[in-house]
Design a protein around this ligand. Structure first.
Ligand code: PMP
Length: 397
């Protein structure tokens, strides 16, 4: 008999929705042209790109030419951070050096893009702390603003603990600060983990730049976009044939772009239903685990949290052991972000919310998605209870 497999790692990636895949297929076979070509093959590929751009623009409530397709959130985030710094240095000839404010719990691609600028002497960075709830205080942002502040980059939803940052509130602070400035502060959010569940309309967030990736929303991997509000000073970081309004050269990945557009359209029409379903299952799971497993604590805010995320610290258990034990039972979870698993250093996010190394090593992330069922959750809870008690017994606890 084939072994049961249960996927509870939707924050890492999602399967492609069959409707998205069906829609993409024709752009591999019949409509395979290069959208830059002038002939009919090129024109029909270009139509696919423009349809996807419209779907993205409708989703975010922006203009079509404010959407730049990239290879995913890593590239979008790099473009946001480095592209604004480059535009600034062209304007100021590097003096004063721009100041960037971000948080200590951003995804590694934001943290390392900021670090890369700092290492080259191209920016000074402030990493704001978060509370034990995993939330940044908007007031801390206000206090950290300097005359040379160029960019504020705050993620919308954290990929490890699911906490939802007060983006709208930060947007208002920046709007107010910008009233008295010649050099406007640019506001960026990494919304990669927010798209499936939260309001991402630009006018409600007050952002100038927003990053996302399709593979977190039942679209294909290797495709994403960056929203760039018209007039935002930002320069490309990749040179070439001038695609994407010269912000991102390279032949378009037409099937993937089409898939991204379709995936966004499906999120918009199904979001409310999926939100309720996932939240109910997640809350059921949390309450049973808190009741039935001893020595367990939920990491991050209980309230300001994405409906699909739970992250627990288990006393006297190694997270890696737990993950592998659950994998043997057919259940896929994560110990930190997928990008850093394999890396045995404690998670920078869990450290930032005040967990000790030991607590961090005993932590596990469970993320649900639109295909998660009650039966899967029941199976998981049983597998978890068995695995935790087996591991504690082995450890003599
Ligand atoms: N930002 C966040 C918040 C993420 O969760 C991820 C994916 N783990 C990324 C950025 C990077 O996305 P991608 O791998 O698609 O470039």
């Amino acid at each position: 008999m084939k072994k049961k497999r249960i996927y509870l790692d939707y924050a890492s990636t999602t399967p492609v929705d069959p409707r998205v895949f069906d829609y993409m297929k024709k752009y591999f076979f019949q409509k395979f042209g290069n959208p830059m070509s002038l002939h009919s093959f090129g024109r029909e590929a270009d139509e696919a790109i423009e349809t996807a751009r419209k779907q993205a623009a409708d989703f975010f409530g922006c203009e079509k030419d404010e959407i730049i397709f990239t290879s995913g959130a890593t590239e979008s985030n790099n473009l946001a951070v480095k592209g604004t710094a480059i535009a600034d240095s062209l304007r100021t000839k590097g003096s004063p050096r721009p100041h960037i404010i971000t948080t200590s719990i951003e995804h590694s691609c934001i943290l390392s893009a900021c670090q890369a600028l700092a290492d080259r002497g191209m920016a000074e960075i402030t990493y704001l702390p978060v509370g034990s709830d995993g939330l940044v205080r908007a007031i801390d942002i206000e206090k950290s603003l300097k005359p040379n502040t160029l960019l504020v980059s705050i993620m919308y939803v954290n990929n490890e603990i699911g906490t939802i940052q007060p983006i709208r509130e930060v947007g208002k602070i920046i709007e107010k600060a910008n009233k008295n400035r010649d050099r406007k502060i640019i506001f960026h959010t990494d919304a990669t983990q927010a798209i499936s569940y939260l309001d991402c309309r630009i006018e409600n967030l007050g952002v100038d730049l927003l990053s996302m990736s399709a593979h977190k929303i039942y679209g294909p991997k290797g495709i994403g976009c960056l929203f760039i509000k018209k007039g935002t000073p930002i320069k490309r970081i990749q040179d070439g044939g001038g695609q994407e309004f010269n912000f991102r050269s390279g032949t378009h990945n037409v099937p993937a772009i089409a898939g991204l557009g379709k995936a966004l359209e499906l999120v918009e029409t199904e979001r409310k239903k999926v939100y309720k379903m996932v939240e109910k299952l997640r809350d059921y799971m949390i309450s049973r685990i808190m009741k039935e497993v001893s020595g367990v604590k939920l990491n991050g805010s209980k309230i300001k949290r994405s409906p699909n995320n739970a992250n627990f610290a288990f006393k006297d258990v190694e997270g890696e052991g737990l993950l592998l034990g659950l994998d043997l039972e057919g259940v896929a979870v994560s110990t930190g972000s997928a990008c850093s698993s394999g890396d045995l250093r404690p998670s920078h996010v869990l450290a930032a919310i005040g967990l000790s190394d030991e607590e961090s090593h005993g932590s596990m992330r469970i993320t649900l998605g639109k295909y998660t069922t009650k039966q899967e959750i029941e199976y998981f809870i049983n597998a978890l209870k068995n695995t935790v008690s087996r591991l504690r017994k082995i450890a003599g606890k």
